[in-house]
Design a protein around this ligand. Structure first.
Ligand code: 13P
Length: 266
């Protein structure tokens, strides 16, 4: 992988499917099988699925040997204790590959604070889990011209919890404008590129090691994926609704594969 801090785009994108609160366990196992089949020809893209917690253990063996990675949609920051209903990173470590923290639904529907997101981030890393950190502004914040301030604040709250820079491959950022999630109103490639480039700049200003990959999320579909991936700084996608449809998800992964080949031959 090429470090974006050197001014060269990453050559290995990531496409992750956030299933949110969808599917029964049986349906989830079937979906995981279908996803593995749909992305079987993938060589240049890190593919991940993020099923609900109840499904993780059942989905794990389905992914064995396929290269598709397994992620949890959230995690608590404590290792163990009297925290009814929570799942700790220690419970996921060793068999689950990654966590997602700071998703806007956690922030806005469940009142998760920036510092809590930071604690979840650090706890995941400490347990050897790769972390996808989601950031993004609401439509009001965008209209007020505060998009950069909001993502900077969300990132800085996480950095405040860190002792040093995480390894560049240990984390991934997902830029997900709240107004684009589940609305069918995708950010234009230019809008997404603009914020993703800003995020990378902000991270590089903080960590000389450079920026991790930055994905775009929010109404990504087979119809718009290629144009998003053609942007210089967009290193893949975090997909919601379409990740429940394996074939269409596979088309998005294939678009990332094509973009990766194009970047290689640039
Ligand atoms: P949609 O793709 O359904 O807009 O959801 C995006 C998302 O929230 C992924 O985490």
């Amino acid at each position: 992988m090429t470090d974006a801090s050197q001014g060269v785009a990453f050559s290995r994108p990531m496409v992750a499917g956030n299933w949110k609160m969808h599917t029964t366990v049986d349906e989830g196992v079937a979906l995981a099988r279908a996803v593995c089949a749909a992305v079987a020809a993938t060589r240049r893209v890190d593919v991940a699925v993020l099923p609900p917690f109840t499904h993780l253990w059942a989905v794990r063996p389905v992914l064995e040997g396929t290269g598709v990675r397994l992620g949890a949609q959230d995690v608590f920051w404590k290792g163990s204790g009297a925290f009814t209903g929570e799942i700790s990173p220690a419970m996921l470590a060793g068999w689950c590959d990654m966590t997602l923290v700071g998703h806007s639904e956690r922030r806005h529907l469940f009142g998760e604070r920036d510092d809590e997101v930071g604690k979840k981030f650090v706890a995941s890393l400490a347990h050897g889990l790769q972390v996808i950190l989601a950031v993004g502004e609401t439509s009001e914040e965008r209209d007020d011209g505060r998009t950069f301030d909001v993502v900077d604040r969300q990132l800085d709250a996480v950095f405040a919890e860190l002792d040093g820079p995480p390894a560049v491959d240990a984390w991934v950022i997902a830029y997900e404008p709240v107004w684009a999630i589940g609305t069918g109103r995708t950010a234009t490639p230019e809008q997404a590129q603009d914020v993703v480039a800003h995020i990378k700049q902000h991270v590089r200003a903080r960590f000389l090691d450079g920026s991790p990959r930055v994905l775009y999320g929010g109404s990504v579909t087979p119809a718009n994926a290629a144009s998003l991936f053609a942007e210089r700084d967009i290193d893949g996608a975090l997909v919601g609704g379409v990740s429940l449809r394996a074939e269409e998800f596979g088309v998005i992964v294939a678009a990332a594969e094509t973009a990766a080949s194009a970047r290689d031959t640039d």
